[in-house]
Design a protein around this ligand. Structure first.
Ligand code: SF4
Length: 295
């Protein structure tokens, strides 16, 4: 299924030590955001697709998320199956909780790199405090209001050894949807990281198979991003701002349209190759275990 990423602000209230974001100041108007949505609607290759809101910290532009959601939901020709808000998890208020509780297609996907120690590179701007306490407090508030958030763990050489412990910790806190990512540009990963990543996820996989983690959904075990699924940024040629992202899955998505005036910036290098390798190994090992073949 097609999936598009919309950027609604580049501003952020955090200062993570591995932050990859070079532009942390651009903000967006509803006209700019709507123009991108209209382009998606025009160039879509299917009537059903997914949307992800990204920043900076997208929730700082909550009104744009809400307007985009209502604009797309009012369009009866398309069915957006899922709207993920990829957030640092620190910005939340009663109005947002209420809205999420009433609009379950909006999914809260907060970044939390595991237990407190594993999360130490995620720091709040100015105070430089670990975001762990605030994010967990907010995730609990969502759960108390019947909203099931997902947790996104960014892994890197400084927390890779804590992956299985962190997943146990998050499971104990009641979180059942966990995805893992790898830092891509700002901290170099190496073979040692890759080896440990696979070992840690193998430990988790064994526990999923033997029933320790009932109801736990680890994204990497169930879905493998295709090799040719290259992340492509879409830049506004006038302002230079990144306005969205797509994946070059079939060569016919929005970034390939000749009459859509944007700049494509592909990302595929040695790090990308390593990340694809570890994801594929983890996925294959888990699938073999599921089928009773020793991994
Ligand atoms: S939450 Fe952290 S990684 Fe994300 S944009 Fe803000 S500082 Fe960067």
């Amino acid at each position: 299924m097609e999936r598009y990423v919309m950027h609604v602000t580049k501003a952020c209230n955090m200062d993570c030590l591995y932050c990859y974001e070079e532009d942390k100041s651009s903000i967006y108007t509803w006209e700019e955001v709507r123009e991108f949505i209209d382009a998606l609607l025009k160039y879509r290759t299917s009537d059903e697709f997914g949307i992800e809101f990204l920043g900076g910290e997208p929730v700082l532009a909550w009104n744009l998320i809400r307007q985009s959601y209502e604009y797309l939901e009012a369009n009866t020709k398309v069915n957006v199956s899922d709207y993920a808000i990829t957030t640092n998890g620190t910005v939340l208020n009663d109005e947002i909780i209420d809205y999420l509780a009433k609009n379950k297609k909006l999914r809260w996907a907060a970044s939390l790199d595991g237990h407190r120690h594993a999360n130490q590179l995620r720091t709040i701007k100015n105070t430089h405090e670990n975001s762990y306490d605030l994010v967990v407090e907010n995730l609990k508030k969502l759960q108390e209001n019947g909203i099931e958030p997902s947790v996104h763990m960014v892994t890197h050489p400084y927390n890779v050894a804590y992956i299985s412990d962190s997943i146990q910790h998050l499971y104990n806190l009641g979180f059942r949807h966990i995805g893992l990512g790898t830092v891509e540009k700002t901290i170099q990963i190496d073979q040692e990281y890759c080896k440990r990543f696979i070992e840690e996820l193998d430990l988790v996989s064994q526990k999923v198979i033997n029933g320790t983690y009932l109801g736990l959904n680890i994204g990497q075990f169930n879905w493998l991003k295709p090799c040719d699924d290259v992340r492509t940024y879409i830049k506004d040629p006038v302002t230079g701002k990144i306005i969205g992202e797509s994946y070059g899955r079939s060569g016919d998505d929005i970034t390939y349209k000749q009459d859509y005036n944007v700049t494509r910036c592909e990302q595929r290098d040695d790090t990308w190759e390593m990340i694809h390798y570890i994801r594929k190994t983890v996925y294959d090992n888990h699938q073999k275990r599921l089928r009773g073949i020793s991994a």
